[in-house]
Structures are given as structure tokens and as C-alpha cells.
Design a protein around this ligand. Structure first.
Ligand code: GLU
Length: 476
């Protein structure tokens, strides 16, 4: 039984993927609901046919499940205010529109996009605030009737009282005031008859008894207009909280060109859901510690000290650090499970290897892993024999040690890493070779690179016959 009346909602459009700003909104809604013992609702904003790429919001729901952001009401779960797809709630919007018609606070606007753009340009040129000039508000009744009869496309606009100021409370920005004289009469419908998100969200927030609205700061000015709607309907205005927009390292709004813009980028690169939510909870916010479990985030997130900075830096390097910490914290068995899909995809040859074998391969590289995908990258040498770079080999003086190395191949490939390492050490001693040169040569022969796991580990990771083939290739 929930003890509070707090109800929050995450209202994504089913555009086919979630960007990190969406993920952050979902997370903050979730943390607030869980901390305050409230209800977390998912409501799909699918009123715009052009943005409705994933009609059943399958992707959003699977992403939320992947992120472990559980909700209480929403698609596939239902609840007392179903349906949770806005496209199925149009009767409600029509009813609200009719109420506004009766109150005489809306009018049809027949202006085309081109006309509106021209007016806007003209106002800008005249250094006037770009605001709809209300040309259609004063159309004679007969003219409006005639246009309706001709089926001329139109939208419904809500008349804003230019003498008024919209006031609302925002957890981050505190009390906000917006003079409505700076705003255009706001469109409530589109020319195809569908409802704008601004109107539909207002209607649903009232219908679903939403008490707190957490969303991106890009909606701050929309709120002024929504508050005007709350007033006309004499409904209680919820508390708002506009979250800073995520910016890239250059301080620009995060865009598709930035790695990590979409959740898909991060999933494919092998970031953990726990690390992503952990990272998004700590940025732009003072926290008691940086690595936190979901419960710790719920308990410690401080909603009284939210920043109103407008933009916060989304720093993939920091996210990588958080991911690294999470990977290090997992035990090896769990890590095998998590890395498996990446290893199987990149190195199909290893897909038939059993759990224990993969575990033995991951043990020496575990501490290095920053992303899960790197497991496949670091293990590529197991599946693929390296091509040797002769120039690189000469930097480690292969010509000097070639003949001597040839003689000890049987010991190195004996199947016992200890024997192999002892043989290499003895070789260095006997011929006064630098250990670094010899180890680098063996590592290059086995992996293609002079850097990587310790020789002892490498000799345990590859089969003895394979070690033999690769070393013979080195000294041939
Ligand atoms: N679909 C909007 C967004 O993701 C939701 C706006 C709102 O929460 O009211 O930004």
C-alpha cells in the first residue's frame, strides 16, 4: 500500500530510441517516486504520427526494463487511469477542447506554415518579439463558417490573456513568473486534427492526478502556457521540476553526433545499466559518494538541492570511469554472463566454449575492462592468429634472439605457464637479453601487440599447440 499521494510520470515519444536526456528524466521520476513512496507512471506520447516510430513503445519498455526502472502504471501493466497511450485518449482531449470552445477561449487559425514563417521573419526584422499576430482571431463569423465548409485546414489556438502573468513553482528554479504577453496564442491541435503534446499532456496530467512534473528544461516556457490552461479549468497546478539539458564536452546541446547520445550507443558499447543510471544520478548534483546502488540513490538523492544551471556536462570519460568501477565490482561468474553476448558476436569461434573456459580467459583481463565490449576486443587474439609486423619486431631486436628463442619453443609451449616463464628467464640470463625485449617478442607473437596480459597469463590462455604455431611463425 502506497502511503503518499505523489504521482509522477515519464512521458516519452516512441521515436524508436531513447536519448540520454530521456533516460535521465525517467530516472529522476523513478527516484522521486521510490523515495517518496509515490506512484511512477509511464505514459506514451504518441499523438504526433510523424514521431510514432515504435507504435507499441516496445523499445521504450524494454529499455526501461534493461535500466531496471520499474513502474507502477503504464503500458502492459495498466492501472486506474488506463489507457497509457495518448493516441487512445483522444476522446478526453476532444472533451477538453469542447469545454474551451464553450468558454470562448479558443479560435481556429487558418494561417499556413509559410505565412506564419513570413510574419515571424518580419517581426524579427522589426526587432519585435516573434508572436502570432492573432490575424485569425478577428475573422468574421461568416468567413470562419465558409472556410470550415471549404474544408480549409486549420488548428485551434488557445487565447492567452496578455495582461496576466503565469506563476508556478519549480523544484530547481523555485517560483517562476512568465508574462503571457510574450507568448503566441498556443496551438492545441495540428492541421491533421491530432492534439499537440502541450495540450494532451496538460489534459492527462490533470486526469491522472499528477502531482509533480519532472522533465527537460526545454519545456520550461511551455509550462507557462500549461499553467494558463490549469487556470481556465480551475485545476490545481502541479509542482514542476525542469532538469538541466545535457550538453557535450564543448558545451553544446548533446546531439546525435556525440557518442553516447542514445542509449543504444551505450548498450552496444558494453555499458552496464547500473553504471548509466549511477552516472546520470551523480552529474550536476552533490552526492555523498560516487558509486551507488539503486537503493542508495533512492535514499540519498536530494530533491531540495537541485541545480538550475540550464545545462550540465555529459562527460563520457566520467561515465567510462563509473562503468569500470561497476565491472570491477562484479564477480567473475556474473561477468562471464555479461560479456558473453559481446564475445559470441565478435568471436563466434568462442561461442561453444564453456563457462569455465571463458572465465579463465576473463580472469587476467578483468581489471582492465572499462566496457563489456572490450572483453571481445581484448580476446580477439585467442580466435585470430596475429599478422606480425617486422618493423615492430626489430624494435625488440628479434634478429639477435631468434635462434635462441627457436630452441626453447618446446618449453614455452609445454602446457605449463610456469615452465614457459622459467625457460624465458633462463634464456635472458644465458644470453644477456633484456627481459623486456624477449617478453615483448613473445607477446607480439601470441597476440600481435607488445602490450597486454602478463606472459604467464598468456601462456595459460592459449592452447599449447597454438602457442607453438605462433612462436614458430615468429622465428621462421
Ligand atoms: N515527450 C516530452 C519529452 O520527452 C515530455 C514532455 C513532458 O514531460 O511533459 O520531453
Amino acid at each position: 500500500m502506497k502511503t503518499s499521494n505523489i504521482r509522477v510520470r515519464f512521458a516519452p515519444s516512441p521515436t524508436g530510441f531513447m536519448h540520454l536526456g530521456n533516460v535521465r528524466s525517467a530516472l529522476i521520476n523513478y527516484l522521486f517516486a521510490r523515495q517518496k513512496d509515490g506512484i511512477f507512471i509511464i505514459r506514451i506520447e504518441d499523438t504526433d504520427p510523424e514521431r510514432n516510430v515504435d507504435p507499441h513503445a516496445t523499445r521504450i519498455l524494454s529499455d526501461l526494463a534493461w535500466l531496471k526502472l520499474s513502474f507502477d502504471e503504464g503500458p502492459e501493466k495498466s492501472g486506474p487511469y488506463a489507457p497509457y497511450f495518448q493516441s487512445k485518449r483522444t476522446a478526453l482531449y476532444t472533451e477538453a477542447l469542447n469545454t474551451l470552445k464553450e468558454k470562448n477561449v479558443i479560435y481556429p487559425c487558418f494561417c499556413t506554415t509559410e505565412e506564419l514563417e513570413k510574419k515571424r521573419q518580419r517581426q524579427l526584422a522589426l526587432k519585435q518579439p516573434p508572436r502570432y499576430d492573432r490575424a485569425c482571431l478577428t475573422l468574421p463569423k461568416e468567413e470562419v463558417k465558409a472556410r470550415f465548409e471549404r474544408d480549409m485546414p486549420f488548428i485551434w489556438r488557445f487565447i492567452l490573456d496578455h495582461t496576466k502573468t503565469a506563476t508556478f513553482y519549480d523544484l530547481a528554479h523555485k517560483t517562476m513568473h512568465f508574462e503571457l504577453k510574450h507568448f503566441s496564442d498556443v496551438p492545441l491541435t495540428r492541421q491533421d486534427g491530432s492534439f499537440t503534446f502541450l495540450f494532451a499532456n496538460f489534459v492527462d496530467d490533470v486526469a491522472m492526478k499528477i502531482t509533480h512534473v519532472f522533465r527537460g528544461e526545454d519545456h520550461l516556457t511551455n509550462t507557462a502556457v500549461q499553467v494558463a490552461l490549469y487556470e481556465v479549468f480551475e485545476e490545481e497546478v502541479p509542482v514542476f521540476c525542469h532538469l538541466p539539458i545535457l550538453g557535450n564536452v564543448e558545451g553544446k546541446k548533446l546531439s546525435k553526433r556525440d557518442f553516447g547520445f542514445s542509449l543504444t550507443d551505450l548498450q552496444e558499447a558494453g555499458f552496464l545499466p547500473e553504471a548509466i543510471t549511477n552516472y546520470l544520478a551523480i552529474i550536476g548534483h552533490s552526492v555523498p559518494k560516487e558509486i551507488m546502488s539503486a537503493q542508495e540513490m533512492i535514499d540519498s538523492y536530494n530533491f531540495d538541492h537541485l541545480s538550475a544551471t540550464g545545462q550540465i556536462k555529459y562527460d563520457v570519460e566520467k561515465l567510462r570511469w563509473v562503468n569500470h568501477q561497476w565491472i570491477k565490482g562484479y564477480d567473475l561468474d556474473k561477468l562471464v554472463e555479461l560479456c558473453r553476448p559481446f564475445i559470441n558476436k565478435k568471436l563466434p569461434m568462442l561461442s561453444s566454449w564453456d563457462h569455465e573456459k571463458i572465465k579463465a580467459l576473463l580472469l587476467p583481463i578483468k581489471e582492465e575492462l572499462v566496457t563489456l565490449k572490450q572483453s571481445a576486443d581484448l580476446l580477439t587474439f585467442i580466435a585470430e592468429r596475429p599478422t606480425l609486423d617486422t618493423t615492430l619486431l626489430e624494435t625488440y631486436k628479434l634478429s639477435n634472439s631468434k635462434e635462441a628463442l627457436k630452441k626453447i619453443i618446446p618449453q614455452i609451449a609445454s602446457g605449463s605457464p610456469e615452465t614457459g616463464v622459467l625457460a624465458l628467464k633462463a634464456l635472458c640470463k644465458e644470453h644477456s637479453f633484456a627481459v623486456k625485449d624477449i617478453y615483448s617478442l613473445v607477446r607480439i607473437a601470441l597476440t600481435g601487440s607488445a602490450q597486454g596480459p602478463a606472459i604467464h597469463d598468456l601462456l595459460g590462455m592459449l592452447a599449447p599447440e597454438e602457442i607453438k604455431i605462433r612462436l614458430e611463425n615468429l622465428v621462421k
